[in-house]
Write a protein that binds this ligand. Structure first.
Ligand SMILES: [Zn+2]
Length: 851
């Protein structure tokens, strides 16, 4: 017997009439929901959570019911099956959980205000109204919303409003859709509107705390994204409008509610005159991601949460496909390589990680499925691999057929493979199976054995891993003709290396373009050959070389001390992705040095040597007409130069602060965070921290607020650290949605680590009560595991989290994170001396070279 039954097996809804009355003053929701549907059993189950149900009528007659808290259930005795109309009357509290129906708080000109919005994914629609809250239970909905309305307020939902009667806002009947995609919102909003070529109304909505121009960027990207998808999918946008709404309190990044997409403010509104290119790219990809879902996820929906990856991996690939088409000059796939690919390779190397596809029944485990590095990043990487195999023509043809076959319905991964297979005549399912159902990925060792060029695949682990003989079908993308398209065996031989090398005239390489999900370990002969010609590689291939080497070092297959002498080869690259990877590796070296030691001074001197000519080339401020690469590289190099304690950089950045002290928000957004950081670390006073905290409370510019957060959490002053931690539980300063970034900042600060660690252990219960219902909750544990590096902290981590191992949704994260810290502690122990020796040698050699 299945422990968790799907309620859809007992009752299949066709149509809902949902009436909801929200009172912001009394924090009370009262509602009545009528559901027309087909009872499959005489006793049926309808979802509810924390609803106070007054009555249940079936076909206008009172029927007996019970509320089952543990299963979020109203169990109703119908005494019959077949067509039934249920009418359920209830009240519920309006809570600050950022789930279900919830208020967002903000201030305009000193006046406190709120917007009410909704967040129903994964299973919070049941907190707003009784329903069969499963993705398969698609139905049509008539929404009617009433609230303590004031003049000038705006009311929004998935569909257009058709009338207002006695203060009740009635919305047009929806198309057939899943409950988790229903949304509504109201409050004192401003908006900007436009229309697509095909006549879809596009709108961007935000609070009046923002300047009107902050809505422009999103409006343009949203409009062009919808137009792009209509063309790419060859399927019209299915609704009359596409609203984008920024909510001041928002747990995730954004949510693809059909026709009313909700966003964290940082991911929708931005100052077009002063926002970094990186932030603009990020916002554009988030919008394109949510709008990709309007078809893939909303029009065709996964049948059950085990295929969540299907939604997320796909949207995560499409956000790059779309933005690459809309802004070709951005080279947005480079961002994919430095963010998604890197995150997937790191997380997927830890034994115990989930596979992309996971069987899940327990609702408490569903939220734990949202492992961003796997379900979003790795999944997207796998689909990029599929796209490369298929080509865009077959991909588009397959998608068009997939949407036509399953629109307003549900589908599984197998349905997608069969549509793509039919369009491409490839057995896509067979190739993908090895990648989706197995956790982890392979390292392909390329070596010359007895003169033969030999390839061997084996699962790659960072930290201890159990070798269970997993094998993958690997698209090799080799640069020699002798390399097969797919490697299906454990080991293959390509032929006589000397002959192959002579025939091709270039060093041997695999995974050219870095689109397949594996890393390569070249033997010394092959690696030396590549390094001798490294300048011939394009930026992505240079990035890949550094990325694979750092992973091999993390996995103890090579030593970090062997990488140190290679880094200078990349120091003067004018490519943003190469520079980003260079400093990521340099950053990896920080774990080997004790704070304030001679080893740290050596690493600083080494970093200074790497960055000094780049700083001279780029300067501190953007110049008109400079390349995107230069814009993106400058902050990376500036960060390195400040870490290196370069006295000229510190002084010049301080001057920038002094010159802009009266108007810090107007400092160029690219470098603002470093100007503030430098000031706090090197010139900080209690007054400065007060001033910045004040700015933080009053500003509505999300990227400025992020800069302030990064700066103030870096203060070395213990009294100020105590003061900052004192604000963690004060939502007037630090909103719960932003708390993780504040916590991470202080924990990552040597002078603040103990205090932040004490705080989270002491106030864990508060944290759980405040953000525990959130699907991002476990990432607080991930943040800790990303920072701790000593045996003492490892022991403390275990002592605190091991007793929580049985908490549903936390088990996997605690196990993985314990392993992550353990692995780091062991790596430092084993390599510290060699790495610090290599850094010292590089510094010494540099001084000699200089002479
Ligand atoms: Zn998504």
């Amino acid at each position: 017997m299945a422990e968790f039954t799907h309620f859809y097996e007992t009752f299949q809804p066709e149509h809902y009439n949902v009436y909801i009355d929200v009172n912001r003053e009394t924090k009370l929701i009262s509602g009545q929901t009528t559901i027309k549907g087909d009872a499959k059993k005489a006793t049926i189950s309808i979802h509810q959570k924390d609803l106070d149900v007054a009555s249940v009528l079936a076909d206008d007659k009172d029927v007996p019911f019970t509320l089952e808290k543990a299963t979020d259930e109203i169990r109703i005795d119908l005494g019959k099956t077949g067509d039934t109309t249920l009418t359920i009357t209830y009240t519920a509290p309006l809570t600050d959980s950022m789930m279900g129906i919830y208020p967002s708080y903000y201030e305009v000109d000193g006046v406190k205000k709120q917007i009410i919005g909704t967040q129903f994914e994964t299973n919070f629609a049941r907190q707003a109204f009784p329903c069969v809250d499963e993705p398969e239970a698609k139905a049509t909905f008539d929404l009617a919303i009433k609230y303590d309305e004031k003049a000038g307020e705006t009311t929004l939902s998935n569909m257009p409003e058709i009338k207002v009667e006695n203060g009740v806002h009635y919305f047009d009947t929806t198309v057939r859709m899943s409950t988790y995609l229903i949304a509504f919102a109201f409050g004192d909003l401003q908006s900007k509107m436009t229309e697509t070529k095909s006549g879809v109304k596009i709108g961007v909505f935000a609070t009046k705390a923002h300047q009107a121009k902050e809505l422009d960027f999103a409006l343009d990207i949203a409009k062009r994204s919808i137009e792009f998808y209509e063309d790419f999918y060859q399927t019209p946008y299915p609704l009359p409008h596409s609203w984008q709404l920024a909510l001041p309190d928002f747990s995730a990044g954004a949510m693809e509610n059909w026709g009313l997409v909700t966003y964290r403010e940082a991911y929708l509104v931005l100052d077009p005159d002063n926002t970094s290119l990186e932030m603009k790219q990020l916002v554009a990809t988030v919008i394109a991601h949510e709008l990709a879902h309007q078809w893939f996820g909303d029009l065709v929906t996964m049948k059950w949460w085990d295929d969540l990856w299907l939604n997320e991996s796909f949207a995560n690939m499409m956000e790059y496909v779309a933005i690459d088409a809309l802004q070709p000059d951005w080279h947005i796939w480079e961002m994919f390589q430095t963010s998604e690919a890197a995150a997937a390779l790191q997380r997927d190397a830890t034994d115990g990680v989930q596979s992309v596809h996971v069987n899940v029944e327990n609702p408490a485990e569903i939220d734990a499925l949202f492992d961003g590095a796997i379900v979003y990043a790795k999944g997207a990487r796998l689909l990029v691999m599929v796209r490369a195999l298929l080509g865009d023509d077959a991909l588009r043809e397959g998608l068009k057929n997939y949407f036509a076959a399953h629109h307003y319905g549900n589908a599984t991964g197998a349905d997608l493979w069969s549509a793509l297979g039919a369009a491409s005549h490839l057995d896509v399912g067979a190739i993908m199976n090895s990648w989706l159902e197995q956790p982890g990925y392979p390292v392909v060792s390329a070596s010359v054995v007895n003169g033969q060029l030999t390839l061997k695949q084996q699962q790659f682990f960072v930290g201890e891993g159990e070798e269970v003989g997993r094998q993958w079908q690997i698209p090799l993308n080799g640069n020699y003709d002798a390399v097969p398209a797919l490697m299906t065996d454990k080991e293959i031989q390509l032929g006589d290396y000397a002959e192959l090398r002579a025939a091709s005239g270039k060093p041997f390489r695999l995974n050219v373009g870095n689109n397949s999900h594996f890393i390569v370990k070249y033997d010394q002969t092959l690696l030396d050959d590549i390094l001798a010609h490294v300048a011939d590689l394009d930026p992505i291939d240079q990035l890949q070389l550094l990325q694979d080497l750092r992973l091999l070092a993390e996995g103890r297959q090579i030593s970090f001390s062997a990488i140190v002498p290679l880094l200078e080869k990349f120091a003067d690259s004018e490519s943003n992705v190469v520079t980003t990877l260079l400093y990521r590796v340099t950053n990896d070296l920080k774990k080997f040095v004790t704070p304030d030691s001679a080893a740290e001074m050596n690493l600083q001197a080494f970093t200074d040597r790497l960055s000094v000519s780049q700083i001279a080339r780029l300067g501190l401020k953007p110049t008109a007409g400079e390349s995107n690469d230069d814009q993106l590289t400058r902050p990376v190099v500036l960060g390195a130069s400040l870490y290196a304690k370069n006295p000229e950089t510190i002084a010049a950045v301080h001057e920038l602060f002094v010159a802009n002290h009266d108007n810090l928000v107007n400092l160029s957004a690219d470098i603002r965070v470093y100007v503030l950081l430098n000031e706090v670390k090197n010139y900080g006073t209690p007054e400065l921290i007060d001033e910045l905290l004040n700015e933080y409370r009053q500003s509505s510019d999300a990227s400025y607020k992020q800069s302030i957060c990064a700066a103030v959490t870096a203060t070395p002053d213990p009294k100020l650290i105590a003061k900052i931690i004192g604000e963690f539980e004060n939502a007037e300063t630090v909103k719960p949605q932003d708390l993780r970034a504040w916590f991470r900042g202080v924990l990552n600060n040597n002078h603040g680590q103990q205090a932040a660690w004490d705080w989270i252990r002491n106030d864990w219960q508060w944290l759980e009560d405040t953000v525990g219902g959130d699907m991002e909750f476990t990432t607080f544990i991930t943040v800790i595991a990303g920072i701790f590096r000593t045996p003492e902290r490892l022991a403390e981590f275990k002592a605190f989290f091991e007793p929580k191992l049985n908490t549903p949704g936390l088990t996997r994260e605690i196990k993985m994170d314990t392993k992550v810290i353990e692995t780091r502690v062991n790596l430092i122990e084993a390599e510290k001396t060699a790495v610090n020796g290599a850094i010292a040698l590089a510094v010494e050699k540099g001084i000699i070279d200089f002479k």
